[in-house]
Write a protein that binds this ligand. Sequence first.
Ligand code: FEO
Ligand code: CA
Ligand code: CA
Ligand code: CA
Length: 507
Amino acid sequence: EQPAGKPGLRAPFVSSKATTADTITLPRGYSFQVLAPWGEDMGNGLSIGFNHDYVGYFPIDMLQGGKSSEDALLTINHEYVNPLFLGTIERTPANMEKEKRAMGVSVVRVKRVNGQWEIVKGDPHNRRIDGLADIELTGPAAGTPVVKGARTVKGTIGNCSGGQTPWGTLLTCEENVDGYTRQWEGTGYEATHQGWITEIDPFDPKSTPKKHTAMGRFRHENAAVTIAKDGRVVVYMGDDMRDACVYKYVSKGKYNAQDRKANLNLLAEGDLYVADFAAGKWLLLDYDRNPGLKSAKKSDGSPMFTSQADILVDARAAALAVKATPTDRPEDIEIHPITGEVYVALTNNSVHGNYFGQIVKLTEDQNDWTSEKFRWEVFAVGGPQSGFSSPDNLVFDPYGNLWMVTDSGTGEDTIYDFLGNNSMFFFPTEGPNKGKAYRFCTGPVEAEMTGPVWSPDGKTLFLAIQHPGEDTQSLDNPTSTFAALPGSRIPRPTLVAISGFPGWKEA
Ligand code: FEO
Ligand code: CA
Ligand code: CA
Ligand code: CA
């Protein structure tokens, strides 16, 4: 079936069926290229990390106002490691360091030469910001007791999805950071030094990344960045946990297209809000300006919070204390490029009997992203009827069609069998087929496809293939061999470049 997009527009593919093939199954006319697999040499003595997630595309000429579709800095998040594949099962100091080094972010220059993408080895921008990099804390929690007085910390880990700012920086989101307290016991790992949003300037390889405490600490999934009418920066953020909330940050300062240096401070000072879906209100998480936070008590009667730093370091507790809405696990959030509406993927919540998830659409009052009021509706619901399940990363094309990748259970969860392997879907957001899911492609066995981003001309789609063969129990018998090196059967997480798109132009 050929999907119908916006009136006058057709997505140029014929929808495919569910499959469990151990490859990327694409519609006719499309092809993929393995571009940046785990362990690949970037030159400079650096190599690509493990379990790719969010991908940022920064045209190399971006700071000069250009949008090259042939030459760019890509940023790749590396969310977590598989100790079996990495060879680090034994808890030795060297293995624990190896795990930290395989996480974080890769910045890598790529070019398209004769229609094929390649890594520019040894380019001076190539960089790893890993689990041991020096990172500065900004905002109200920096230097306070909740972070043990730290102003700089070691490393960024758990790098899930993220976002790009209009001033050409990456926001990488630290998601599942709690489990490492035990996994890396004795290595100086501090859980409160993780779980933030880290800003990285890919254009300045000497720059120190910053963790912005004003944006709160929770299981950060993503950062959808936009500029409001009055120039303030607004960032929508999900907390990827059952019964967790949806947040937004509104900067104090205003964006100035002529002053990049000033823009680099916009995420250090601002207001953090959390969504109350029942009342259609954004609740302010501010110690001095929201009395509900000052009066919140622990079970022993003592105050739950005594400072803004207390609130920020456990934003989920603050959100629930002011009765924000627990949701069915917010994953990615994206802003519709034409209507400005905010789409939120609520992936699932088996405790509520919501096995397949849904995508909801939030409309700010007066179409103002700084508004304290909003309304919302369900855009699409997962399940056997609609054909998709467990929506995760979202991306819009310039026409306002929504593309979504799934993160559905594997192994024993037969209720998800209708999906086949995790897949990428296309949804028109208006017209007669609004909210209808069309399968674009399907990933390898036990993989999740993450980080979708197009080159600005729309001709290349970059997709990250995360955790292929995740349920493998023994290296003798991997469940996937996707992107394995010649002579090896160990699957490799990788970035792929998908070609075959005609590029963006009005039909
Ligand atoms: Fe790392 Fe929320 O997926
Ligand atoms: Ca995700
Ligand atoms: Ca996204
Ligand atoms: Ca997920």
